[in-house]
Ligand binder design. Structure first.
Ligand code: DHK
Length: 151
């Protein structure tokens, strides 16, 4: 049963707010973190916002850490979605739901963004809804949690 969520972010998402705002919006990662905390608290779930890394190995370590504490994973892998079998392999080991998040709609963008390794192992994928993609991912984990708790 899920009682905590780890939120993970891949490369260049530290620049949210100033990075291509016409694509990614003007909300910063820090602002997203605050909203995620509120959302998770509203569902009675603990949130570990591990934040962001530009180093693939760190992200893999964090995925393993999430597994060891039995947390669900909300992950925006950024461009590693399309390049990293290693991240997908690490996520596959999770015994809790993994929700892949993208701020932009990767399917309406360049073709190289369409095929995600992470999508193959994720329980669900939320893309194109701006910063709200993260919040809906937390709602999804909470719903799954409620279903698994139901008698
Ligand atoms: C973020 C990125 O950094 C891109 O590499 C992805 C994703 C899309 C997003 O929309 O959040 O292709």
């Amino acid at each position: 049963m899920v009682s905590s969520i780890v939120v993970l972010n891949g490369p260049s998402l530290n620049l949210l707010g100033s990075r291509e705002p016409e694509v990614y919006g003007s909300t910063t990662l820090q602002e997203i973190e605050v909203m995620c905390r509120e959302r998770a608290a509203g569902h009675g779930l603990q949130l570990n916002f591990f934040r962001q890394t530009n180093h693939e190995g760190f992200l893999i370590d964090w995925i393993h850490e999430a597994r060891s504490i039995g947390a669900a994973v909300v992950i925006n892998p950024g461009s590693w979605a399309t390049t990293s079998v290693a991240i997908a392999d690490a996520l596959k080991l999770s015994e809790q739901p993994v929700i892949e998040v993208h701020i932009s709609n990767i399917h309406s963008r360049e073709p190289f963004r369409h095929a995600s390794h992470v999508s193959r192992v994720a329980k669900g994928v939320i893309a194109g809804l701006g910063f709200r993609s993260y919040l809906y991912a937390i709602d999804a984990v909470a719903d799954i949690h409620a279903i698994t708790r139901a008698p």
